[in-house]
Design a protein around this ligand. Structure first.
Ligand SMILES: [Zn+2]
Length: 193
């Protein structure tokens, strides 16, 4: 029940007529979700997206039930074109930052759980929790994290580093897609059931 989106990636060498014909074929299959989408394809070629995800996010905001499907162009580089030394190095750094963050989380959690007193006191709500029953750093009473502000700051710093690297790689992928990518069509329709 509700709105559903259905999408299809098509070769960029197809003409608009070719795209329309292909979508008509999909719509003719009674078992396909496309059979519920209103007929016709609207083309929005005033902009080209630099990744599949960008095109997808744009279309997901645009398509409406009972309206024709919308087609946009986007660029996509194959795996090999993305694997430049810079890209691979960033991927390595992301892996390392993620590993370090995981290790930090484990270490700080174990420190919190391993104290000697039979209770752990939550800084947020002052509840005293039986240490034997505490399995995670979330307070069972107020659901705040019971780690110290210093620990939380260290985790936030690690997370920010990881997010920054991921962002950097996303930007680089966009740049490489734009430079080396092949043009493709992404068509999306929406229907109500
Ligand atoms: Zn609490």
């Amino acid at each position: 029940m509700g709105h559903h989106d259905v999408s299809e990636t098509l070769d960029g060498s197809l003409t608009m007529k070719g795209v329309r014909d292909r979508v008509d074929q999909l719509r003719d299959d009674p078992d396909s979700d496309w059979s519920h989408v209103a007929s016709g394809v609207k083309f929005e070629t005033h902009q080209s997206f630099s990744s599949y995800n960008e095109a997808w996010e744009y279309l997901a905001r645009k398509v409406e039930s009972y309206e024709p499907a919308i087609a946009v162009e986007y660029k996509e580089a194959d795996r090999e074109a993305l694997n430049t030394p810079k890209y691979l190095k960033l991927t390595e750094r992301i892996k390392k930052a993620k590993f370090e963050l995981d290790q930090l989380n484990i270490k700080l959690k174990n420190q919190l759980l391993a104290g000697k007193s039979p209770f752990i006191k939550c800084r947020s709500c002052n509840s005293k929790l039986a240490r034997a029953h505490v399995k995670d750093t979330d307070c069972k009473v107020c659901h705040e994290d019971m780690l110290s502000p210093t620990s939380l700051a260290r985790i936030a710093k690690g997370q920010a580093k990881l997010d920054g690297l991921v962002q950097e790689r996303t930007e680089l992928a966009k740049e490489l897609n734009q430079k080396k990518g092949k043009t493709k069509w992404l068509v999306m329709g929406s229907f109500h059931s």
